[in-house]
Design a binder for this molecule. Structure first.
Ligand code: SF4
Length: 627
């Protein structure tokens, strides 16, 4: 963003106007940062200057001479080098012209630019550049494509291979890694150069390697692979990555978890997340971070395959932890993770020159490049010519379809809990999406238990449950139970109104009449983490705090205690307040982890202060009312 402003003769952020940001928004929407920063023109100008190119090349120890394109044209755009090699001024195709990015990607970019407002007026802008970031992104971006379903035969092959790795190939791989890790401990007094040489000699003579080679589907010929030694598709690292891929597939498919909830360096699975309830009965729980709704770690029961996969990962992780202890990686976050808390999907490369690589590496299932991460596992599971390029999210969808259409007791509420949805309608999309039709019909056809349940019936079920909830809440307010929020006032006003217009012989009669009145107004409860939004489909939503005059709709993405607590449609209770307290604790932790001097840290700290103020107000109100 600063580069864009600088290119447009705006050297100081304080003089940038809303119009400047609108122009930037249009440029990004039409052609991304490449267009906004006029990178093609700048690259073309550079190409004409052969002298400059020759001057700025440097020759690395291995490989071809490298040229620093970013430095030469003076850009911070990190993908410039890849772009230079691949695109050569590619025009956008007719179908995508004007909508280069998906709306979610644009939303991320606009949100990122909005941070300039969070810094405060001293260093940033006095206005938020994009107040309706989400609405703008939806208008300017491509609609998000829905993830396709995993084909049943592909899923079966992947799971079958994954089980083989967990129970057959993974343990000898772990044994070999343990052997190598112990040797690395013995080498701790050596310099890196001698460490590397000795480790390779030890590896070649290792008994554990000979045993693994008798069991694994490929012989482990090298410690690692890299640019110099490509023959080593069959290396210890490949076997470790295959084991991680297998564990990932099992955990994703058996627990409906998102990719980042499993492998993210900060939010993914960590050592210590698996808890044994009863080893004898094979009952286990695991903590998973729920990314989009709760945004905290929550316990889930997991099956024994998941538990065995996590235990195997922990075994691998112990080896890398012991290597880290003697040869600390450059990117180890000291103090941020104890032994219990180390991420399970990280590893160290082995190096001919240095024994182990200098950085810790992060596993990524969605990395399809040759020789990396899940590539070998997929080749073994699906054959050399497979064209599998499915995002990890497909395992989650597969879980939802199997759960709902296969199991006798697969009800929507349980499924939504497992998926971590706060809203049943999101869960409904998973099981009734038209693109899933062939899959769920296939599943239903083999199920002897389930009745056919159509979309309409499900909607009806949801409606019935929702109205029961609405009636319950109205009764609770009339009975003076501990409820707060603008909706309490709304219900009490409506009660006075109808009590004045007719005579009701009992509270029950009054409650029923009130419920009918409110239902006719279109109100319907939508649970959120900090309370319930009762707006439903009310015709007049202007009084809502998240109402947008521009779109004439609610901007529920802004919902949060800070936005909703004064809203006429907000209804909350002590339990929801507890959730808010937990959110506050999490915000405090996040602010500390970012550090007060960072933009993000300061923004989170401000949010926490606001939330703390609201919680204090709520507590005072509850105390005043004697709840
Ligand atoms: S501000 Fe909150 S409670 Fe009010 S309508 Fe929006 S989401 Fe619902």
């Amino acid at each position: 963003m600063f580069e864009y402003l600088w290119m447009n003769d705006i050297p100081d952020i304080s003089v940038a106007t809303k119009d400047d940001f609108l122009k930037l928004q249009r440029e990004i929407a039409l052609g991304g940062w490449e267009r906004a920063l006029r990178l093609s023109e700048r690259l073309a100008a550079l190409e004409a200057n052969e002298e400059l190119i020759a001057d700025r090349k440097y020759v690395p120890t291995f490989g071809d001479p490298i040229f620093d394109f970013a430095e030469a044209i003076g850009t911070n755009y990190s993908a410039i080098r890849r772009k230079y090699h691949s695109q050569q001024n590619k025009e956008p195709s007719a179908g995508t012209a004007g909508r280069t990015f998906s709306s979610s990607r644009l939303h991320d970019i606009f949100d990122g630019i909005n941070l300039i407002y969070d810094i405060g007026p001293e260093y940033g802008t006095k206005f938020a550049p994009y107040q309706s970031a989400l609405a703008d992104a939806r208008k300017l971006g491509r609609p998000s494509e829905r993830t396709k379903n995993l084909k049943a035969d592909t899923a079966a092959k992947l799971l079958k291979e994954a089980c083989r790795w967990i129970y057959e190939y993974g343990p000898p791989t772990a044994a070999l890694l343990e052997d190598i890790a112990s040797e690395s401990r013995r080498c701790r007094s050596l310099t890196r150069k001698y460490f590397g040489r000795r480790l390779i000699a030890y590896f070649l003579a290792s008994e554990a390697r000979a045993h693994a080679n008798r069991v694994l589907p490929f012989p482990i010929e090298a410690l690692d692979f890299g640019r110099v030694d490509r023959r080593a598709d069959f290396s210890l690292r490949t076997a470790v990555l295959c084991t991680m891929s297998a564990a990932f597939v099992c955990i994703a498919a058996m627990n409906a978890r998102r990719r980042d909830e499993i492998i993210h360096p900060k939010f993914g699975l960590r050592r210590g997340d698996l808890q044994v309830v009863s080893e004898e009965l094979r009952i286990y729980k695991s903590l998973f971070y729920i990314e989009k709704s709760y945004q905290e770690r929550r316990p889930f029961y997991v099956n024994s395959l998941t538990a065995d996969a996590i235990k195997l990962l922990e075994r691998l992780e112990s080896c890398f932890a012991s290597i880290d202890a003697d040869w600390p990686p450059n990117n180890l976050q000291e103090g941020n993770e104890g032994f219990d808390g180390r991420p399970l999907f990280s590893y160290r490369r082995f190096s001919l020159m240095k024994g182990v690589g200098v950085d810790r590496k992060w596993y990524d299932f969605d990395n399809y490049q040759h020789s990396s991460d899940a590539a070998m596992f997929l080749r073994i599971a699906l054959g050399d010519k497979h064209d599998f390029k499915a995002p990890a999210h497909q395992f989650r969808r597969m879980y939802a379809l199997l759960f709902y259409y296969q199991y006798e007791n697969g009800d929507l509420v349980s499924l939504s809990r497992q998926l971590g949805h706060l809203d049943l309608t999101t869960t409904l999309v998973y099981v009734t999406d038209s693109s899933s039709r062939a899959d769920y019909e296939g599943i239903r056809a083999v199920s002897e238990f389930r009745q056919l349940v159509g979309r309409t019936d499900l909607r009806k079920q949801l409606e019935i449950v929702g109205y029961e909830k609405l009636a319950e809440e109205i009764d609770a307010i009339l009975a003076g139970e501990a409820r707060f929020g603008g909706y309490v006032k709304f219900v009490n006003r409506a009660r006075l109104l109808i009590a004045r217009s007719a005579f009701y012989s009992s509270n029950e009669q009054l409650g029923t009449a009130l419920f009918e009145l409110i239902r006719r107004r279109g109100h319907f409860p939508k649970p959120m983490r900090h309370g319930q939004c009762m707006a439903g489909g009310a015709p007049n939503l202007r009084g809502a705090r998240c109402y947008s005059e521009n779109t004439g709709t609610l901007m529920r993405e802004k919902a949060g205690m800070a936005t909703c607590y004064k809203c006429i449609f907000h209804l909350s209770s002590r339990q929801y307040l507890e959730n808010t307290r937990e959110d506050l604790a999490e915000l405090d932790r996040t602010a500390v982890s970012y550090g007060p001097e960072t933009i993000k840290g300061a923004a989170v700290a401000r949010e926490a202060t606001e939330l703390r103020r609201i919680i204090t107000l709520m507590d005072a109100r509850l105390a005043r009312e004697g709840w």
